[in-house]
Design a protein around this ligand. Structure first.
Ligand SMILES: NC(=O)c1ccc[n+]([C@@H]2O[C@H](COP(=O)([O-])OP(=O)(O)OC[C@H]3O[C@@H](n4cnc5c(N)ncnc54)[C@H](OP(=O)(O)O)[C@@H]3O)[C@@H](O)[C@H]2O)c1
Length: 230
């Protein structure tokens, strides 16, 4: 498939950070973006900036019923996605593991892993029926290494790497599942870890200039691989 073909791209976490920058990049290259985030206000702004065929919905990826209904409507209107990007995620407030609140651990599990699985559960069957498509699960350097005070986040991103490799072994030919480490980018998430020190890194718009083409270039040869945005 050539990069200039209009692709149908489902993207979680489109409202801020990397997801918002990817949305701009994909739309600018002529692809259709079907995105979500929890913020009703940000979803409204995205919808005004990018009218049909693009669609944006306010929903929590941890809510399996909401994801099921969202996916059913999108697949009916657009067909199976060519690219499913599980980007939405949460970072814990930096702290030693024994000081992290049980509710925060639960939220990271439900969003970072449960949300990813919910989108796979509801978008992948039509992709399999169509016989094509790429699932990109956003990982992290902390999905392949560790650091103090981010154990809950590391747990979920190591989980992303594992579930992606296992999923890859289940997929029929024509499809791929890839774990992607985006790099280090100055977003709200990075500021939560490093405060204003995060701002020495490039912002999401600069990152997206090459990341969007990298993501569009992923294909069946990448099935089961752990890739870094380059
Ligand atoms: N920034 C980095 O340096 C870096 C490094 C490694 C990996 N990553 C990974 O890259 C991805 C994007 O990170 P980011 O830095 O762009 O994070 P971010 O700035 O915190 O943005 C996260 C996005 O996810 C959405 N989101 C969060 N919880 C959600 C939920 N329950 N349901 C639906 N949407 C939800 C947020 O929107 P709402 O608030 O509107 O829901 C927002 O659009 C994540 O998977 C992250 O782990 C980032």
């Amino acid at each position: 498939m050539s990069k200039s073909d209009g692709r149908i791209i489902v993207l979680s976490g489109a409202t801020r950070g990397l997801g918002c920058a990817m949305t701009e990049g994909f739309v600018g290259r002529g692809h259709t973006v079907l995105g979500c985030g929890r913020s009703v206000e940000s979803v409204g702004e995205l919808g005004r900036a990018h009218v049909a065929p693009h669609e944006f919905a306010a929903l929590d990826v941890a809510d399996d019923d909401a994801v099921r209904d969202w996916a059913a409507g999108l697949v009916e209107r657009h067909g199976a996605p060519d690219l499913l990007i599980n980007n939405a995620a949460l970072m814990n407030h930096p702290a030693p593991l024994w000081e992290v609140d049980a509710g925060e651990i639960d939220a990271l599990l439900r969003v970072n892993l449960g949300g990813t699985i919910n989108l796979i559960r509801h978008f992948l069957p039509p992709m399999i029926a169509a016989g094509r498509g790429v699932v990109v699960n956003f990982s992290s350097a902390w999905g392949r290494s560790t650091a103090p005070e981010v154990a809950p986040y590391c747990m979920t991103k190591w989980g992303i790497e594992g579930l992606t490799q296992a999923l890859a072994s289940e997929l029929p030919s024509g499809l791929a599942a890839v774990a992607v480490n985006p790099g280090i980018i100055a977003t709200d998430m990075l500021r939560r870890c490093w405060g204003s020190d995060a701002d020495v890194y490039d912002g999401p718009d600069t990152w997206a200039q090459s990341a969007v083409d990298f993501l569009l270039g992923l294909g069946t040869a990448d099935n089961g691989r752990s890739r870094d945005v380059s």
